[in-house]
Design a protein around this ligand. Structure first.
Ligand code: IFG
Length: 524
């Protein structure tokens, strides 16, 4: 069609886009950059636009979590869109341009974490069996909006989404990361910022490594010196720090509000110099070692033959379990090179009983498979497949954290400014190109609870340094946990990840600009 007059051209453009977005507005929902990749997307070729008349509707009688989610979405969208979205719970019906969050009954395919997103040119509805599914659905909504939505300052819009239906649910129920706050301490605000970043990618577990040789990071009221002394330093001799029980509980709630479960880890019998340095009586020779600020491992052990040690473990596990609604307590168990194997086995067997007595299931690094695992125990495969296979032979489930793919503290390459490389150099494609269900033939899909990407903190001491190692590998780990392996392909994924570069840039995330990703960045 040849148009002479600019007025006619403008009218034609408006007709093309339904009188709202620009002519270039995408109208194909299937052309999205959602991470993790959703199960199914059906496009219907029109556009839905949020306007200043839009609001977020929740039907009366919905659980309080839905109001939290509605406000979470409004707080996310309002600063950048300026639309002043309100959360409406008074029974008024949603109209044109409104968002509806709702719970459905018995959409079995969606499970507890899945959602259905139905977008027409008049409305956008997120529905799920459980609030967690609705929360995951709004992350997808945010990712369908222009990347400027991630800004915390007013942007121009238009705030348009292509129409269609998305049905989505996770491959694995456990999609986690681990933060080592013992080698270097990261305060509550750092952890909460991290939790909000995890929510963007539908991660649902944060495992906190709360104790090690270099530091004890959680207040234990019956053993106050653990933090008064053991929390006072860190790798390199810095001031360390610790969470009071109030701060820990606040982190647990902050995470739970975002449908993320905290799993606390007290690493034992090895990796215990901070505890041993805090209480002479915990040491076999009655002498407390000096605080340790190096990065060696395997030199420390609790006195596995002393009854005081088991009182200590019971007190610690009891206090932390009482603050932790999640079903798991992580007992560590790795690198106990200074513990005789028969003493180690006896210790792990007793600690499993203690943890069970406080109503928690045990997770431990793969070495715990040498013990007699209690029902429900989970073996976290990190270094030795033979240990994990031993766990499977005892009927235990496996949490996949293979160090050569999932260790976020590994350098990307020899030029990486932070990280280690004892396991491997892990570029962004290496972090993505693995299938938990086929990595170890003897560990099959039904043995696996999920995946977790640990970030050890020997070489990082600030939030920005941590972000450099975490991003952009984290979205890939999230997809490994959420999306079926047969749907995943690096060459397709890297183009979606590239568009997330703009989002990470706007959120001021200090991500590594891997040369393997065709980034679309502003001003770089
Ligand atoms: N292995 C140790 C960690 C940490 C890590 C650094 C495990 C289970 C090497 N144990 O990984 O404490 O030092 O990459």
């Amino acid at each position: 069609m040849k148009i002479q007059s600019p007025i006619l051209a403008a009218i034609a453009a408006l007709m093309l886009t339904g009188c709202t977005g620009s002519a270039s507005e995408p109208t194909d929902l299937a052309k999205n950059s959602i991470i993790p990749k959703p199960v199914s997307v059906t496009a219907t070729g029109k556009s839905f636009t949020l306007t200043s008349k839009s609001d977020i509707f929740i039907m009366p009688g919905a659980p309080a979590e839905l109001s939290f989610i509605g406000n979470y979405l409004a707080d996310k969208l309002n600063p950048s869109t300026g639309l002043g979205l309100q959360v409406i719970t008074d029974g008024r019906k949603p109209g044109k341009g409104d968002i509806l969050l709702s719970l459905t009954e018995g959409d079995a395919e969606l499970g507890d974490e899945g959602y259905e997103l139905v977008i027409t040119d008049k409305s956008l509805t997120v529905s799920a069996n459980k609030p967690a599914g609705v929360f995951h659905g709004i992350q997808t909504v945010s990712q369908l909006l222009p990347h400027e939505v991630e800004a915390d300052t007013l942007q121009t819009g238009p705030w348009t989404i292509s129409t269609g239906t998305i049905r989505d649910y996770p491959a694995y129920g456990y999609r986690g990361v681990m933060r080592d706050v013992a080698r270097h301490f990261f305060g509550p605000e750092d952890i909460k910022r991290y939790i909000d970043q995890l929510a963007l990618y539908k991660i649902n577990v944060l495992h906190m490594h709360l104790s090690d040789d270099q530091g004890w990071r959680i207040e234990i009221k019956s053993w106050p010196n653990l933090t008064a002394h053991g929390g006072k330093t860190e790798v390199g001799g810095g001031e360390g720090g610790f969470y009071t029980q109030e701060e820990y509980s606040d982190i647990v709630k902050y995470a739970a509000d975002r449908f993320i479960t905290i799993i606390p880890e007290i690493d034992m019998p090895g990796h215990t110099n901070a505890a041993l340095s805090s209480y002479p009586e915990l040491n076999r020779d009655g002498k407390a070692p000096e605080p340790y600020t190096g990065i060696n491992v395997g030199f420390s052990t609790l006195d596995t033959r002393s009854e005081l040690t088991y009182k200590f473990v019971n007190d610690v596990a009891g206090e932390i379990a009482a603050l932790t609604p999640g079903e798991y307590f992580h007992i560590g168990g790795d690198e106990s090179h200074s513990t005789r194997i028969d003493d180690y086995i006896c210790f792990v067997n007793r600690v499993q009983e203690i943890v069970g007595s406080h109503g928690k299931k045990v997770i431990g690094w793969d070495e715990i498979a040498h013990s007699t695992l209690k029902p429900g125990a989970v073996v976290q495969y990190w270094a030795r497949a033979a240990n994990a296979i031993m766990g499977v032979s005892q009927g235990a489930k496996v949490l996949m954290s293979p160090c050569q793919y999932a260790y976020s503290d590994m350098q990307y390459d020899t030029a990486s400014i932070f990280g280690l490389h004892w396991a491997a150099y892990i570029e962004v494609d290496d972090a993505y190109n693995w299938d938990p269900a086929t990595l170890v033939p003897e560990i099959t899909r039904e043995n696996i609870v999920g995946v977790e990407a640990p970030l050890w903190a020997e070489t990082i001491s600030t939030y920005k340094e941590a972000e450099y190692l975490i991003f952009p590998r984290l979205p890939g780990y999230a997809e490994v946990g959420w999306t079926q392996a047969w749907m995943r392909n690096w060459d397709e994924y890297k183009t979606r990840l590239a568009s997330h570069g703009l989002r990470m840039q706007i959120m001021d995330i200090n991500f590594y600009r891997s040369p393997l990703v065709p980034w679309e960045l502003e001003g770089e």
